[in-house]
Design a protein around this ligand. Structure first.
Ligand SMILES: O=C[C@H](O)[C@H](O)[C@H](O)COP(=O)(O)O
Length: 227
């Protein structure tokens, strides 16, 4: 993990934003560099839709004009980080528990740019535990259903509920996160569909066929990957 690489990626992505755009603001340490670089450009008539309360706080602090998906349902460009970037720009996201709002914003966007440091690029998805957002009510029974799906995908370990010192982590929407230590995800599309079909699962961190461009920070600058 390199902060300089994240910064370089965030700054390169900010150059893709034009005056008057509606911009989706991702969540996480890399997205924060983008938000800072975007604010520094001081472009006129921007409206920004944040994907988390954390990002909203940062953007507000930096003087960016915020909007919501309700007020601006069509987003021109979203820039966001990732936990893993696999072949075809298939992503794992949600390490910061923002996956649901992120996916809502990504899917409402004409264009999505993923920004990351070089360590996020992997030959196969699954080393980073896959976050799965689950409704709190009855979550242990939902976890059993998730375990059955994972077993069907040759993933023997059940997903574990995410905890902090103060107790279970809650998302901005009040849900819980289960993390699945997949190790290798052989068929991301089938796993995504199977998880999504479960009652109690709100969303999962597989972002497939949503990324138009990845900007990978290097120590000296950045490289790009097209899908
Ligand atoms: O929920 C969090 C998001 O999906 C983040 O974009 C992702 O976890 C990457 O975060 P970072 O840039 O801090 O590695």
């Amino acid at each position: 993990m390199s902060d300089q690489q994240k910064k370089n990626a965030g700054e390169a992505a900010a150059a893709h934003v034009e005056a008057g755009m509606v911009v989706g603001l991702g969540t996480g340490s890399t997205a924060a560099w983008f938000v800072k670089a975007l604010a520094a450009r001081n472009l006129p008539d921007l409206r920004c839709v944040p994907t988390s309360e954390r990002t909203a706080d940062l953007a507000r602090e930096l003087g960016l004009t915020l909007s919501t998906l309700e007020d601006t349902p069509r987003i021109d460009l979203t820039v966001d980080g990732a936990d893993e970037i696999g072949p075809g720009l298939a992503l794992i996201k949600g390490g910061g528990a923002a996956l649901l709002r992120e996916k809502l914003v990504w899917e409402a966007s004409s264009r999505c740019i993923c920004i990351a440091d070089a360590a996020k690029v992997v030959p196969v998805l699954g080393t980073f535990p896959l976050p799965i957002e689950v409704v709190a009510f009855g979550h242990k029974t939902t976890a059993n259903r998730i375990a059955d799906v994972l077993a069907d995908h040759d993933i023997p370990m059940p997903a574990r509920v995410r905890q902090a010192d103060r107790g279970l982590i809650r998302t901005d929407g009040g849900n819980l996160i289960y993390d699945a230590a997949c190790k290798v995800i052989n068929d991301p599309a089938r796993l995504a569909a199977d998880l999504k079909s479960l009652t109690g699962v709100v969303e999962h961190g597989l972002f497939l066929d949503l990324t138009d461009l990845a900007i990978i920070g290097t120590d000296a600058g950045f490289e790009t990957i097209n899908p």
